[in-house]
Design a protein. Structure first.
Lengths: 168, 289, 789
């Protein structure tokens, strides 16, 4: 099948690439753009390891074709830290030991970014439901919940730190 | 898991999309949210040769009240139901349903039109739309037609939709101050299809319901309207006995099959229990609103 | 626990933040699938749709015609090199690719090597395989019946589907106690087939350099050194030589035991790379991972306890049927076909015990690996902790009281069990009482009584388990003959910074942090200045890897011992520098000083520098040490868990209201990491207790082969775990630690099962098999006539 040319912006950088229509977005990001922080953990849209932001919304990049991404803006885990500074969520995951093997972590963080964007002060239950599309096998989620709470608190204290990502 | 190759079309108008569907017939599949289609393609349970991506068609994403209807554009994402205050306030059944669908990332892309068009009795909106007495607006080569929801689901993955038609709108009669509803879903874990779920919408007239809609999810080849339960309740003063009887009738009128989610007997029982619980919540909400 | 070092040094007891986090938080972890090499090819595997079938033919011609396809590898291809079978870690044999018969659904049938994974996936569809399906053997209980086909006729002397019989303990003496007992309880208990399902699946990139005959394999393995040796042993005849094999285990996205075995995919990719001379990448899909990689558990147990009428336990008997699938592909130490199952006497004093087990072949995926537990310990703990409750119910005692009555007492430690283990330490009553107090046990019992009176169902479940980890002492423990020591090598550079390498391999446990803390504790070098490396067989000292909670007990001990060697050398150098005798020096973390003149001192950094610039004449230069640690005994972490559940009598749903876990893993290196391990372990205890199971139908079709039906709990299903600890150091371990990675996975399932049974006990319910699903509980409620209709 003929390839199509797409242009996408990822972490602020524009890329124009030729892709087969069937190429999954997650493969495009990992293989074509060599951004391997976005992971693949299942084949049934269940695990959330491939979660990225599309125009500020968290999506599972395994369940979208790269051709659908034409013209859209994405943020992956590689674009979360700004100017050498951790995002409050990255900091929260480190401070609260919200990661172990690190495989689900990028997807968790990308999901949590949108969660806090929409609900800056979530309850524990809202956090748990909010990350229910992301599986973690190591942490038992307790410290992930704490990491999100840590970030919520930090972002409430310094609202200016929150901006950059959501503008993409 | 990697899908088979296909040709990809991005019509920018509805008529262009319909023309493509006409041209390619059975070879073509509509891609909207993609969250039913793409997983099937990854497992190669579906290998369409042509994909008509309708996401570029403008003006199909909206939620508005107009002409006595709540109108939801066919491409409206599930998340919009969660995020629209009017839905949460006036149509709690829709809100309760939306938040139980898959997970947040899926709801960011999955569309309400797609959830219905797929014709899967395990999806959540079909039963909800039965309870709400919705209408499906399908647009095809001959223009728009309005399909009452009771005529829409014909069998397993089989609907009244023609292959050349696209769901462009879902219409739900506007809720008044006397109506409310809820969705009670039993699932093995978050993101699962329902073991069984019950959608209830009621409109009160004094202490009794003037209208009752009850839809059942994933307990038959199609979503099921619990007709006898509805009829039992209409016009009657609400009593625990009556609600119990309504649950019993619903459990008799569904047609579940045994699978990993439970035996037929179990599912019937869950339908009875959830019907009762949903009715109680719906009545409470309607009476307190 | 009081810390001996300052926070800056960050030795034991400090919750220092993890060194490995920086890369993971920024998407810069390097997992196997993240590597790309020039000319890299991709492999996809065709799998059997049948559980048991003859292969009549494989036609790969159409696949070979597809542009971009370089090879289709079949069993016949491998047979030419005698690589179509391989040994399992249990000295059974497993097909790499079949030449004539497939033995389970999803078994590897052929592999496509192509320039692109998309092309490889297309090529799979073009391979035509003609099968002749046969009636499979699925039920292990009938696998030995004479009318069943002999599944492994390839094995000499195989006359049925029996694999092995294994027994421990004194049968006669135990039977005698049973014969004379006042009370005997008996219960069938099934602990189902499950899968570790680490979020990263398995895979490798085999890269054979034809010119130098050198093989590098990046692989998702928990045991890189053992894999290297296995590769050299099984492929020596085709020219692979151990000095020219380099196995690299990069960042691993969770292991839990599933990344210990050698899977056929690794071997096929390696063979393909050797044949083609290019790198070959194979990364399995989740469905392949669930359907074909080694399962865990699947033990059908019958437990019996003999006791007095007042609840004093006297003897234990357990008989087990183990379903291993078509080959015994467990990963136990060689002498222990059922692993450490004989720890099944648990935390209790028995006069005697006897356990026997038979393993059978069926047409299911091979395995028998761990699921975040030391070899078969979860099975043993589930059996004993359930049986204790069964007995409590029979004699009409509170399960807490019955446990307190039967615990091994702290003064009995070290305690020799009737099945031959020597528990190193533990104060079971103390830890359990702490749990009872903390959860408010008596109040919960009152609440339960009130609820029962109202027709509501609430249960309280206890598990007071003892684990057995840290394999193991070389006299008993080996895998394929290789003794189960582990190793550490520390090199302190002239400027006082260090690199330390280990034979283990972290998969999320945080070794880069905790090993550095052990060395910091011993040498006083700041943990921040110690770089930890694992997983590269070219650079790390030989070790058996990370599983069975063995890293801290073995490699952690090796770290301390190697550091102590350095301290001995440091003392000599310090004495030389300070011009005093060694005996005049005293150590405090980070420096030697002269007794009575503390101002005269040399820091460890001074000494490291001197080791390269000003060492005593006659002494070897440098500041390095290596230690291979052979543990004198295993370690025995333990815990007291209490679970409170409420049951929905309409749907049968079980809701965990509270779950308290008090763990004792001896001395703690990093409390933050230990707590994290417990959280994760509890969740992997919850999973099989309530959600996960690999289910086959009668034809051998796997019904739960994707994450749609293999139900890994999300944050919503997982309760907010409550944790606490007691500390009873291991007396034989250099730093008094015991290992914690798996305790919670082992201890949690019976607490949950016991809570559910407890909620229903007044109805006469004695047992519920896990997973405790809603339909299962509802069925009981219905049969007892108490389900809400």
């Amino acid at each position: 099948m003929s390839k199509q040319t797409i242009t996408v912006t990822v972490n602020g950088e524009a890329y124009t690439e030729e892709v087969e229509p069937r190429m999954l977005l997650v493969h495009f990001i990992r293989e074509k753009l060599s951004l391997t922080g976005t992971h693949i953990g299942c084949d049934s849209t269940s695990c959330g390891a491939c979660t990225i932001l599309m125009d500020g919304k968290s999506i599972k990049s395994c369940t979208m074709f790269a051709v659908q991404a034409n013209g859209k803006h994405f943020t992956t885990i590689e674009g979360v830290a700004q100017n050498g500074q951790y995002h409050p969520l990255q900091e929260g995951f480190k401070e609260e030991h919200g990661l172990q093997c690190g495989f689900c972590t990028p997807g968790m963080i990308m999901r949590a970014i949108e969660l806090l964007d929409k609900n800056p002060n979530p309850t524990e239950e809202e956090i748990r439901w909010g990350i229910s599309g992301n599986l973690c096998r190591c942490t038992g989620y307790v410290n992930i919940v704490k990491a999100v709470q840590y970030a919520a608190k930090k972002m409430a204290e310094a609202p200016k730190e929150k901006g950059a990502l959501n503008e993409v | 898991m990697i899908p088979a190759a296909f040709e990809y079309f991005t019509p920018s108008t509805l008529s262009e999309a319909i023309a493509l569907l006409e041209e390619h017939g059975d070879e073509a599949k509509i891609l909207s949210g993609g969250h039913s289609l793409i997983p099937m393609m990854r497992y190669r349970l579906a290998s369409p040769e042509k994909i008509v991506d309708i996401n570029g068609i403008p003006d199909l994403e909206y939620i508005k009240e107009e002409d006595g209807y709540l109108k939801i554009g066919g491409l409206t994402r599930e998340v919009a139901l969660e995020d629209t205050p009017m839905i949460r306030e006036k149509y709690p059944l829709l809100y309760d349903t939306a938040v139980m669908i898959a997970d947040p990332q899926v709801r960011n892309l999955a569309t309400i039109g797609g959830n219905i068009a797929h014709g899967d009795a395990a999806n959540d909106h079909p039963a909800t739309m039965l309870a709400l007495g919705a209408e499906v607006v399908a647009t095809g080569p001959n223009g728009e037609r309005v399909i009452p929801i009771d005529d829409f689901f014909l069998g397993l993955y089989y609907t009244a939709l023609e292959p050349t038609e696209i769901i462009t709108e879902i219409r739900i009669p506007v809720a008044d101050g006397n109506s409310s509803g809820t969705y009670k879903k039993m699932e093995r874990k978050v993101g699962d299809y329902a073991t069984a779920a019950v959608a209830v919408q009621v409109t009160m007239n004094g202490s009794g319901p003037a209208k009752v809609g009850i839809g059942l999810t994933n307990v038959g080849p199609t979503p099921i309207r619990a007709k006898r339960s509805e009829e039992l309740l209409v016009g009657q003063p609400i009593t625990d006995e009556l609600i119990k009887e309504a649950g019993k009738l619903a459990s008799e009128d569904c047609a579940p099959t045994a699978d990993l989610r439970g035996s037929e007997e179990y599912k019937r029982s869950v339908v009875s229990v959830l019907t009762q619980r949903a009715l109680k919540t719906a009545f409470e909400r309607a009476l307190s609103s | 626990m009081k810390c001996k070092t300052s926070a800056e040094v960050g030795g034991m007891g400090h919750s220092i933040k993890r060194k490995e986090d920086a890369r993971f938080l920024q998407g810069k972890g390097q997992y196997t699938d993240d590597f790309k090499f020039p000319g890299m090819l991709h492999m996809k595997i065709l799998r059997s749709p049948f559980a048991y079938a003859k292969i009549l033919s494989i036609d790969s011609s159409a696949a070979m015609e597809l542009e971009g396809v370089l090879a289709v590898v079949t069993g016949e291809t491998l047979k030419e090199y005698n690589l179509h079978w391989m040994p399992t870690l249990m000295s059974d044999t497993q097909m790499v690719l079949p030449t004539d018969t497939v033995m389970y659904q999803a078994q590897e049938v052929a592999a496509v090597i192509a320039t692109d994974p998309y092309i490889a996936a297309d090529a799979l569809e073009l391979i035509e395989v003609e099968y002749d399906p046969m009636d499979p053997v699925i039920n292990p209980h009938t696998a030995l019946e004479p009318d069943k086909p002999i599944l492994r006729p390839d094995k000499e002397g195989q006359t049925n589907n029996h694999i092995w019989h294994w027994e421990t303990g004194d049968r006669e003496a135990t039977n005698k106690i049973f014969d004379e007992a006042e009370v005997v309880v008996k219960q069938d208990i099934y602990i189902p087939r499950i899968h570790v399902a680490s979020i990263e699946t398995c895979g490798c990139i085999a890269n054979f350099d034809k010119i130098n005959e050198h093989l590098t394999v990046h692989m998702t393995t928990q045991a890189p050194h053992a894999i290297r040796t296995v590769l050299a042993l099984v492929a020596g005849h085709v020219g692979l030589s151990e000095e020219k094999i380099r196995v690299i285990s990069p960042d691993i996205g969770g292991g839990f035991g599933g990344k210990v075995p050698v899977y056929p995919g690794y071997v096929i990719a390696t063979a393909a790379s050797v044949l083609i001379g290019k790198p070959v990448k194979w990364i399995e899909d989740r469905s392949e991972n669930l359907q074909a990689d080694s399962f865990a558990r699947d033990y059908h147990m019958t437990g019996e306890i003999a006791a007095t009428k007042d609840g004093k336990m006297k003897a234990l008997r357990i008989k087990t049927l183990a379903d291993h699938g078509y080959t015994d592909a467990a990963a136990n130490p060689s002498k222990f076909p059922a692993g450490m199952f004989s720890v099944c006497t648990g935390s209790y004093e028995f006069e005697n015990a006897f356990t026997e087990m038979d393993a059978v072949y069926t047409n299911k995926a091979p395995g028998g690996v761990a699921y975040r537990c030391s070899f078969r310990v979860t099975e043993a703990v589930h059996a004993i902790e359930r049986m204790v409750d069964v007995l409590a119910q029979e004699v009409g005692m509170d399960p807490a009281e019955l446990r307190l009555k039967n615990f091994i007492q702290p003064e009995q430690m070290p305690y020799k069990t009737p099945l031959g283990w020597e528990y190193d330490s533990g104060d079971y009553p103390m830890t359990f009482k702490k749990a009872l107090d903390k959860i408010g046990y008596d109040e919960l019992r009152k609440e339960q009584a009130e609820k029962r009176a109202r027709g509501e169902f609430m249960g309280i479940g206890i598990s007071t388990f003892t684990e057995i980890v840290g394999a193991g002492p070389s006299k008993d423990f080996d895998i394929l003959g290789i003794k189960m020591f582990d190793s550490a090598e520390i090199r302190v550079h002239p400027t006082g910074k260090a690199i330390a390498r280990f034979g283990t391999k972290s998969q999320g446990q945080g070794h880069e942090t905790t090993y550095a803390q052990i060395i910091a504790e011993e040498l006083g070098l700041p943990a921040a200045h110690i770089q930890v490396e694992e997983g590269d067989t070219d650079t790390a000292p030989y070790g058996l890897g990370t599983y069975a909670s063995r890293s801290t007990p073995t490699a952690g001990a090796a770290a301390a011992m190697a550091a102590r060697k350095l301290r001995d050398k440091a003392r000599k150098i310090a004495a030389y520098l300070l011009e005093v005798s060694e005996e005049d020096l005293e150590w405090e973390p980070g420096k030697f000083f002269v007794k009575g003149a503390p101002e005269k001192s040399k820091t460890i950094q001074d000494i490291a520098f001197a080791a390269y610039t000003n060492h005593p004449q006659g002494m070897e230069a440098g500041f390095e040490a290596t230690h291979y640690y052979d543990p004198p005994n295993l370690t025995f972490p333990y815990g007291a868990y209490i679970c409170v559940v409420d049951i929905d009598k309409g749907t049968g749903e079980v809701k965990i209201r509270r779950f308290l876990a008090i763990d004792d893993c001896g001395n703690i290196i990093n409390p933050m990491i230990v707590e994290g391990q417990v959280h994760g372990g509890l969740t992997m205890g919850l999973a099989p207790a309530m959600y996960e199971e690999l289910i086959y139908d009668d034809e051998g079709n796997i019904l739960t082969g994707t994450f749609m039906d293999y139900l890994v709990p999300t944050a919503v299903e997982t309760p907010a775990w409550e944790t606490d600890k007691t500390i009873t150091p291991s007396p034989h371990h250099p730093i008094g630690a015991k290992g914690i990675g798996e305790s919670a996975t082992v201890g949690a399932p019976p607490a949950i099962a016991n809570a559910v049974v407890d909620a229903l006990a007044h109805l006469g319910v004695k047992h519920v098999d896990i997973p405790v699903t809603a339909p299962k509980v509802w069925q009981i409620l219905k049969e007892k006539g108490v389900a809400e209709a």
